[in-house]
Design a protein around this ligand. Structure first.
Ligand code: S3P
Length: 196
């Protein structure tokens, strides 16, 4: 946001600061980290990537956690890290693609945060995840088929998020702007951009 827009926003009638975390949900490659970082910058709040927090807590990569301890162990760690992050100061939280599938985590998000599903089509997800090797679910077999299966399983659940924004149509700045507009509409008030 430009300095002028920033000032105007702060002066907007009824503007208020973010009082709850914003949780970005969606499949791998939907742009949760990319949009989350931009959103946090515009609002002057922190950005946290849940995957990075899990890796920090475990002292190894997600691929290594899957390989050495298995997916159920990872999911348990993910649930605990999400609960901790949701109890911290309001900011933007990018959840791993599977986090919102956990009933307990979903319930916590429903009660303590605003959830935004970044919805992307198969083609967009394939393009964005291609050639990346840090996501164990896509490292073996047919990544396209896996993503299609995950779309079928998860999209009905992601649809329970408070807001849905389609990504993959516009560039990140425009998508970020659409997220912000939807958020302000949902809250019924403009959001104050805190000084960084
Ligand atoms: C996963 C998504 C990944 C990561 C892990 C499992 C999933 O996060 O948590 O590899 O189950 O969809 P991103 O969605 O940030 O890539």
């Amino acid at each position: 946001m430009s300095a002028a827009a920033h000032t105007k926003k702060e002066g907007a009638e009824g503007a208020r600061p973010l009082d709850r975390p914003i949780v970005l949900v969606g499949l791998m490659g939907a742009g949760k980290s990319c949009i989350g970082r931009r959103l946090a910058q515009r609002l002057g709040v922190s950005f946290v990537d849940a995957d990075a927090e899990i890796e920090d807590a475990a002292g190894c990569s997600i691929a290594e956690i899957f390989e050495q301890f298995g997916e159920p162990y990872f999911r348990d760690g993910e649930r605990r890290v999400m609960a901790r992050l949701l109890s911290e100061a309001p900011g933007i939280l990018a959840a791993g693609g599977g986090a919102f599938m956990n009933t307990e985590t979903r319930e916590l998000i429903r009660n303590q945060a605003i959830s935004i599903w970044l919805r992307a089509d198969l083609e967009t997800l394939c393009t964005r995840t291609k050639g990346r090797t840090h996501r164990p679910l896509l490292n073996s077999g047919d990544a396209r088929a896996t993503l299609q299966t995950l779309i079928n399983e998860r999209y009905p659940v992601y649809a329970q998020a408070d807001l849905t924004i389609d990504t993959g149509i516009d560039g990140p700045n425009m998508t970020c702007r659409r997220v912000l507009e939807a958020l302000e509409q949902h809250l019924g008030a403009p959001l104050t951009a805190t000084e960084l």
